[in-house]
Design a binder for this molecule. Structure first.
Ligand SMILES: Cc1ncc(COP(=O)(O)O)c(C=O)c1O
Length: 454
């Protein structure tokens, strides 16, 4: 299917022009008095070495690598120079190539005209994509009913309305999305708004629910988006954090995308380290060109020393070493997930709440059994969703007093739902603290329950 991608652009994007400051020299012999690039003699960095955990030691021993290890001296100098100098909005040539290979190796998009772009982290990529596609105060977006707060926080000041699509334990429910889009101009809740530009989805280890979308759901989801001409933004930072199963990579939405309507965001934050601030956007070439122009006038390019460090690490590890690294990280999170599940079994009151077992990522969802908590007379004027939020607040505050903090379910809700819940992560606390924190949280739930009863 050939799609006119230009029709999706926001007014801001349509008016954007390539920066004149990025003009290329007309011939290799042209002398430039035009560009503002500093002279290389003014760069103090002449080489880079990194200390890293080695794959063949199972990541228990350290080695030192230099950017000269994997390449010849001239190429090493070029890489250092590139990492120090201004560059195109695409980033360094060496990491640009690496990113395309990375996407090809793990996702193999099925249509021809796809491209990649290095950006400064998934949070920035999401903001850039929203600005590329949406007119403030006018456009609308679909998202899973529990969604990443940064989406909502980015959309709020831009006055972009987000509409919720229901999810269950298999991910987004395509029938609900189909119903919403089919009834858009007749349903009272949507008919006064423009049809959505895109569906924002976190298909793997969803933040906050921890749910992973099944392959069949992905296929159906793409079918609905294709039918209604809606784009998909696939924000997938937990893709490599697989905890169960046969460790065979699951297909990303790119695998179903025969049109080029999926805009995928990969982030190095969770598979490597968030401080690098590196993401890769994969999309059709029209969108990649537009995002590159946006880079030029916002971040210029993603920070090149970060690109070089990740590139050096990948050169030291090689492909197999990087895959071993992913397994290593998966093993760490698997142990942590099993620990929190054991701690919850021991300490959370199963008659007052329930929780899921995530197979990817770093989150799980604790659902409070609202019906077990009596609604006192003083709260009788509250609607069911308001009561759910109040109950959540009470448990949250009690937990804070008992020195355990979780993320409140309402922070992730597009609309106030008749649901009280909490996002827990097993990513950071020590294994001992996972037990202690679970005991504290279990007690907080019991205390609120007892207070409401007395
Ligand atoms: C769904 C989702 N997208 C993006 C991010 C942020 O990624 P980055 O560090 O690449 O900005 C997070 C981190 O929590 C996330 O959960």
């Amino acid at each position: 299917m050939t799609v006119d991608w230009d029709k999706y652009f926001s007014n801001e994007a349509k008016l954007r022009e390539p920066s004149v400051m990025k003009m290329a020299a007309r011939t290799p012999d042209t002398i430039s008095f035009a560009s503002g690039m500093p002279h290389p003699d003014c760069f103090p960095l002449k080489g880079l070495s990194i200390k890293y955990e080695t794959a063949d030691s199972g990541f228990s021993k350290l080695a030192t690598g230099s950017n000269e290890d994997a390449v010849n001296a001239a190429q090493a100098d070029d890489e250092i120079y590139e990492a120090c100098q201004y560059m195109s909005g695409r980033g360094t040539t060496f990491f640009d190539k690496f990113c395309r290979h990375h996407i090809e190796e793990f996702h193999k998009p099925v249509y021809g005209e796809w491209g990649t772009l290095i950006q400064s982290g998934g949070t920035f990529s999401l903001d850039a994509i929203i600005r590329m596609l949406c007119n403030p105060g006018e456009d609308t977006i679909l998202a899973e009913e529990l969604t990443y707060p940064c989406l909502l926080e980015t959309c709020r000041p831009l006055r972009l309305k987000v509409f919720a699509v229901k999810i269950d334990n298999h991910g987004v429910i395509p029938e609900d999305m189909e119903r919403i889009l089919t009834d858009w101009y007749t349903d009272l809740s949507t008919k006064d708004y423009k049809k959505p530009k895109f569906f924002y989805s976190m298909p793997v280890g969803q933040n906050p629910s921890g749910v992973t979308m099944t392959v069949e759901r992905k296929r159906q989801l793409f079918g609905v988006c294709h039918k209604h001409d809606v784009l998909v933004v696939e924000d997938d930072p937990y893709y490599h954090l697989q905890l169960d199963g046969d460790k065979k990579e699951i297909p990303s939405l790119l695998k179903f995308d025969t049109d080029g309507r999926v805009i995928r965001i990969d982030s190095f934050s969770k598979m490597l380290m968030p401080g690098m601030r590196i993401s890769i956007v994969t999309a059709n070439k029209t969108f990649i060109k537009m995002l590159t122009m946006q880079n030029e006038l916002t971040i210029h390019s993603a920070a090149a020393p970060s690109q070089l460090i990740v590139y050096m690490l990948m050169n030291e590890w090689k492909n197999d070493g990087f895959r071993s690294w992913l397994t290593h990280v998966q093993d760490i999170y698997l142990k942590r997930r099993n620990t929190i599940l054991d701690a919850f079994d021991r300490h959370l009151p199963a008659d007052l709440c329930s929780w899921n077992k995530p197979s990817y990522g770093m989150f799980l969802w604790i659902k409070i059994s609202i019906a077990q908590f009596p609604k006192l007379e003083e709260y009788s004027q509250l609607t069911d969703p308001e009561w759910a939020a109040k109950l959540e607040d009470m448990i949250f505050e009690q937990a804070l007093q008992d020195e355990i903090q979780l993320a409140k379910g309402h922070w992730f809700m597009i609309d106030q739902l008749n649901m009280a819940g909490f996002r827990a992560t097993y990513a950071f606390a020590s294994l001992d603290d996972i037990y202690t924190g679970s005991e504290r949280f279990g007690n907080a739930i019991r205390q609120i329950h007892a207070k409401l009863y007395n």
